[in-house]
Design a protein around this ligand. Structure first.
Ligand code: HEM
Length: 418
């Protein structure tokens, strides 16, 4: 018998791990689906999500407080009080304030700047591959897909190489706080790490204000924002809040796209062969990987007034879950959507980077990292296979992010032909 939406529990570990059948059923039968016993409306169609993203007055990004959960303990609050306040800057702000910060971040992350970073990215990728190729076998998530985005963003934030491990630890603490599942002990640890990060980063910002360099942190620290009271530099609190988002939004998503993309190529050798025969297809393949993986699987919106979508009434105060990962497999837009096709003509119509005013400002950067990575991987590695007996191919349990926990592979060095 055909399944219906009520046959699935979206919050169950099984559906979080393998959501694609659920996505198909809701897209077909209930594109605006109220998750049972919640005030969450789940949107799964490409067109609906784009429409919602155009109406920022009705569908607000000011969802931080709603998701905050119970108040932290006095001990946790005391630790945060010893750091900097955390004003909203990008993801959880609406117009007009959002634009003030967004104009600056667009300038700092421009396509032009990212293009100039290509030789630098090639060097970082080559260094990671040098180490991997020596071993013949590795966990691709641990040895390549995690360090690549961390190295790139850390270099741009002026964090010295010897402190890179700390960046990952801090970034995990932000993610843990956002995840809202931490127990008291973990919350204390997260708070301690976040405040430690704030003081560390504030020192770097002060250095870059005194002596600017050619990196993103110098641009962020020294460029004006157009505040209603007049142009001014960002305060330390605003800067830290923005940089925190760059860390949290940029690292895990890029890691997941790289790992998921490579797994698909290993499982679909014909697709791998197409790229080996014509590396000019790599940029399109990256779009297709982003469509299939959609590592930012879903984002929230807060409904500010009673409204309706597709005839479904949605009361003020409800939450929308914009499921980008479901929309990217919408059969109305993508033929045979569950199939990876590196030659797909409209692969770049995916909305894995969102849509509208919150469209990912790191899209150029994330894409470029993936393009350089796959170009070099295919150039330098041969016979890439799953390491026998080592993979369960499970994803980290998370409601909004989706990414492989590990990806153990074996490979040879590709012989260079003259
Ligand atoms: C493959 C990699 C990436 C994916 C799939 C991705 C996905 C997304 C998505 C879907 C949004 C929209 C959120 C919404 O609709 O509310 C977003 C926003 C954002 N992303 Fe990314 N992202 C990636 C890489 C990056 C990188 C590399 C950075 C920066 C270093 C970054 C920084 C941000 C920030 C700051 C926002 C908030 C923008 C705003 O609210 O105006 N992302 N990203």
């Amino acid at each position: 018998m055909a399944k219906c939406p009520a046959d699935f529990d979206f919050f169950s570990p099984e559906v979080i791990e393998s959501p694609f059948e659920f996505y198909k059923v809701v897209r077909e039968q209930a594109p605006v689906y109220q998750l049972p016993e919640t005030n969450i409306f789940f949107l799964s169609r490409w067109e609906d999500i784009r429409t919602v993203n155009r109406d920022t007055a009705t569908f607000s990004n000011d969802f931080q407080d709603v998701l905050q959960g119970p108040d932290p303990s006095d001990e946790v609050k005391a630790i945060y009080a010893s750091g900097y306040a955390q004003p909203p800057t990008l993801l959880t702000l609406d117009p007009p304030e959002h634009k003030m910060y967004r104009s600056l971040i667009n300038k700092v992350f421009s396509a032009k700047r990212v293009e100039t970073m290509r030789p630098y990215m090639e060097k970082v990728v080559d260094e990671l591959l040098d180490d991997m190729l020596e071993k013949g076998e590795c966990d691709f998530v641990h040895d390549f897909a995690t360090p690549l985005p961390v190295y790139v963003i850390a270099d741009q934030l002026g964090v010295p190489r010897e402190d890179l491990r700390r960046i990952k630890t801090w970034s995990d603490a932000f993610a843990s706080r956002l995840g809202g599942m931490a127990d008291e002990q973990q919350q204390l640890e997260d708070a301690r790490l976040i405040v430690e990060w704030q003081h560390y980063m504030a020192d770097i910002i002060n250095q870059r204000r005194a002596t600017p360099q050619d990196d993103m942190i110098s641009d962020l620290a020294n460029n004006m924002i157009k505040h209603p009271d007049g142009e001014r530099l960002m305060t330390m609190e605003e800067l830290l809040s923005m940089i925190e988002q760059l860390l949290v939004a940029g690292n895990e998503t890029t890691t997941s796209s790289l790992a998921g993309g490579l797994l698909s190529l290993i499982q679909l050798q014909d697709q791998m062969q197409l790229l080996l025969d014509d590396p000019g297809l790599i940029d399109n393949a990256v779009e297709e990987m982003l469509r299939m993986e959609s590592p930012s699987a879903g984002l929230w919106r807060l409904v500010t007034t009673d409204t309706a979508i597709r005839g479904v009434s949605i009361p003020k105060g409800s939450l929308l879950m914009l499921r980008y990962a479901a929309a990217n497999r919408d059969e109305v837009v993508f033929e045979q959507p569950d199939q990876m096709d590196v030659c797909r003509k409209n692969a770049d119509e995916h909305i894995a980077f969102g849509y509208g005013i919150h469209f990912c400002p790191g899209a150029f950067l994330g894409r470029k990292e993936m393009q350089v990575a796959f170009q070099k991987i295919l150039e330098r590695m041969d016979n890439i296979q799953l390491a026998p007996g080592k993979n369960d191919l499970m994803h980290s349990p998370n409601m909004v992010l989706r990414g492989l926990k590990e990806l153990h592979i074996t490979y040879d060095k590709r012989e260079v032909t003259a």
